[in-house]
Design a binder for this molecule. Structure first.
Ligand SMILES: Cc1cc2nc3c(=O)[nH]c(=O)nc-3n(C[C@H](O)[C@H](O)[C@H](O)COP(=O)(O)OP(=O)(O)OC[C@H]3O[C@@H](n4cnc5c(N)ncnc54)[C@H](O)[C@@H]3O)c2cc1C
Length: 280
């Protein structure tokens, strides 16, 4: 690459870097001009890798305050390769004691290989959905209240604000959020996927789109959805306690009830369904 095409690195501070990036990438700045607090570079990546307590990963990774590596922004841009991460962690702790983590690294590899085969096809439904709802019933755009963090649901609004401020969301939060967008609000997965890619520092078309399709059931055998009990458990109840809608929560029911409501073909096509369930 010619020297004149290289990105500048000699900034006094992050604000100067932010100003420079805003000038260089005005379209991105128009969407959101904040910088993620996640530090870039090889040094930061190595330090994160060294700090990662991989032995606690399998048992705690689904909890929002559990142990996860936080390495995706670095593996996304090959600041660290997947092979390098696996070798380091397996060498330090023993392969069989960190198998769950290695399995997750393998998901990234798998999605990349599919992307190589499918190309732009990752933007199309890979299969017919299994929700029983006609594809034409899902809206094409993200609702304003979701993208502005104004649904009144403390959990979803916190996920939106966390994503846009930090450029990162925990995996479980990504799953809950995607399920809310697709199944409760009946929005096409592509709209949610596109919005995620605008904000995620680790935003990667393969991992992102194919995960959205997995939630939607266009690339899995059934739709992924959740209920309040599940969200409360893995967040230690921190959102529900202060939620303005805690007594009229759309997630507060058993799985059978929710499935019957969410995936009922009788639910009219235009209705952006959000039944609320009283919490005792
Ligand atoms: C709707 C949705 C959208 C997503 N979008 C992206 C995306 O744009 N970019 C992205 O890298 N990941 C994406 N993921 C996968 C996953 O959420 C992130 O990789 C993970 O949360 C990153 O945090 P971490 O590095 O702490 O992960 P850890 O749990 O520590 O995992 C270690 C590494 O394994 C890989 N990995 C973990 N889980 C997955 C997974 N489910 N699929 C693919 N790779 C995985 C990542 O490279 C990650 O850095 C998405 C998941 C969902 C449900």
């Amino acid at each position: 690459m010619a020297a004149s095409n290289q990105l500048r690195r000699d900034f006094q501070d992050r604000d100067e870097m932010r100003q420079h990036l805003m000038e260089q990438f005005p379209d991105a700045a128009e969407v959101d001009s904040r910088l993620s607090p996640i530090p870039g570079g090889r040094g930061a990546a190595e330090s994160r890798l060294n700090q990662f307590r991989a032995l606690q990963y399998a048992g705690s990774r689904n909890f929002l305050d559990g142990e996860v590596s936080g390495l995706s922004p670095y593996t996304r841009y090959s600041v660290l390769t997947i092979a390098e991460v696996q070798e380091f962690v397996a060498g330090k702790f023993g392969l069989y004691r960190v198998y769950k983590f290695v399995q997750e690294l393998a998901w990234r590899d798998y999605w990349q290989r599919l992307y190589f085969q499918l190309g732009e096809g990752i933007w199309q439904d890979r299969e017919k959905n299994k929700t029983g709802i006609d594809a034409s019933c899902y809206s094409a755009a993200m609702p304003d209240d979701i993208v502005h963090g104004q649904t009144g649901l403390a959990c979803m609004d916190a996920f939106t604000n966390g994503l846009t401020a930090n450029g990162y969301l925990h995996n479980h939060a990504r799953m809950w959020f995607a399920a809310y967008v697709i199944h409760w609000r009946r929005v096409r997965w592509q709209a949610g996927a596109r919005w995620f890619l605008q904000h995620l520092v680790d935003g990667d078309p393969a991992s992102n789109n194919l995960s959205w399709q997995w939630v939607a059931s266009t690339f899995s055998s059934k739709p992924y959805f959740f209920n309040r009990e599940n969200l409360e458990r893995y967040t230690n109840g921190k959102y529900c306690e202060q939620c303005p809608r805690r007594n009229a929560c759309p997630f507060n029911a058993g799985y059978e009830t929710l499935a019957a409501e969410l995936f009922s073909p009788a639910r009219s096509c235009g209705s952006k369904y959000e039944p609320s369930h009283t919490h005792e």
